[in-house]
Design a binder for this molecule. Structure first.
Ligand code: SF4
Ligand code: SF4
Length: 265
C-alpha cells in the first residue's frame, strides 16, 4: 500500500502547465483560406461538392466566393477537388456575435486566436466584474452527433481545467448564467430547449456551439430540425467548427461575457 501511495504521489503534476505548447496537428481542419487568383473557373466546381451549401457566390462579383462558417462542417471536399483555390488551415476560425457575420469573403490569411491561457485569464477578470463570483454553465445537447460534447467535456479535463478560470458546469438551468447549446435543435428537442432557456435567470447568455447549432450543419434545415438554435431561442455568440476546439470555445465564452458586460454598463 505504502509503495502504491508513493507511486501516485511521485507522479506529481498530472496536467500540463502550458496548454499553448499543446500540439495542433497540421491536418486539423480549423478554417479555410481562398486563393482567388487560382480560381480559373473552379468556383462552381467547389460549390457543387459542398454538402451543406456553405460556399456562395459573392453578389457584386460572381467570380468571387463567400464562405458561410455557420454551415461549413470542415469536410475538406472543396479543398480536395480545387486544391489551388481552397486550402484547409489548422488555425481555428473565430467566434462571432451575429449569424450574418459568419459569412466571410476570405483571403489567403487566417487571423490567429488569442492563446488558451491568455483568454482564460482575461475571462476570469471579466467574470469577476460581471458576476462578482464564478460563471455557471448549463450545456444542452439539442440533437448533436456528440463531437461537440467531446470538446466541451475536454474543458473539464486536467489539461484544460476550465474551473481554474472561475467557470463550472451545472446540472440545472436555474443555476446557470450561460447556456452552451450543440446540435441543430432537432424538433424533438425544441420544447426542451425553450423550457431550459425560460428557466434560466437573467442575463441569459446563449452560445451556439458548432456548425449544427449555428445553421443545422450536416443535419440541414429539414422536417426534423429547426435549422439552428437561433430559430428557437436568442443567441449571443456563434462558434464555428465541426467540432470547435476548447481554445475556440473559451474565446466564444469571452466574447459573450464581454458583450453582456458592455450591455450592462
Ligand atoms: S470544407 Fe466546408 S466549404 Fe468545403 S465542402 Fe466541406 S462544408 Fe463545404
Ligand atoms: S458541429 Fe460537427 S461535431 Fe458538432 S454536433 Fe454538428 S456534426 Fe457533430
Amino acid at each position: 500500500m505504502k509503495d502504491k501511495t508513493k507511486g501516485i504521489m511521485g507522479n506529481s503534476i498530472e496536467t500540463v502547465r502550458d496548454t499553448d505548447s499543446l500540439f495542433i496537428p497540421d491536418n486539423y481542419r480549423g478554417s479555410i483560406a481562398f486563393n482567388m487568383e487560382s480560381a480559373n473557373g473552379k468556383r462552381e466546381l467547389a460549390e457543387s461538392v459542398c454538402p451543406t451549401k456553405a460556399l456562395l457566390p459573392f453578389k457584386e462579383n460572381y467570380s468571387d466566393l463567400l464562405l458561410d462558417y455557420g454551415k461549413c462542417i470542415m469536410c475538406g471536399y472543396c479543398a480536395e477537388i480545387t486544391p489551388k483555390l481552397i486550402k484547409i488551415n489548422s488555425k481555428p476560425a473565430s467566434p462571432v456575435n451575429t449569424r450574418a457575420s459568419m459569412i466571410e469573403r476570405l483571403g489567403p490569411q487566417i487571423p490567429s486566436l488569442a492563446s488558451y491561457e491568455q483568454t482564460g485569464n482575461e475571462l476570469r477578470g471579466k467574470i469577476q466584474e460581471l458576476f462578482g463570483r464564478s460563471l455557471a454553465i448549463r450545456e444542452v445537447d439539442a440533437g448533436s452527433c456528440n463531437g461537440c460534447e467531446v470538446e466541451i467535456t475536454a474543458l473539464n479535463n486536467p489539461i484544460y481545467d476550465i474551473e481554474r478560470f472561475g467557470i463550472h458546469f451545472v446540472s440545472s438551468p436555474r443555476h446557470a448564467d450561460l447556456l452552451l447549446v450543440t446540435g441543430p435543435a432537432s424538433k424533438n428537442m425544441e420544447v426542451a430547449l425553450k423550457r431550459t432557456y425560460d428557466a434560466m435567470p437573467g442575463p441569459k447568455i446563449v452560445i451556439a456551439v458548432g456548425a449544427c447549432a449555428c445553421s443545422g450543419g450536416i443535419f440541414g434545415d429539414t422536417y426534423s430540425t429547426t435549422g439552428g438554435i437561433g430559430n428557437v431561442i436568442p443567441v449571443d455568440v456563434y462558434i464555428p467548427g465541426c467540432p470547435p476546439r476548447p481554445q475556440t470555445l473559451l474565446c466564444g465564452i469571452l466574447l459573450a461575457i464581454g458583450r453582456t458586460l458592455s450591455h450592462t454598463k
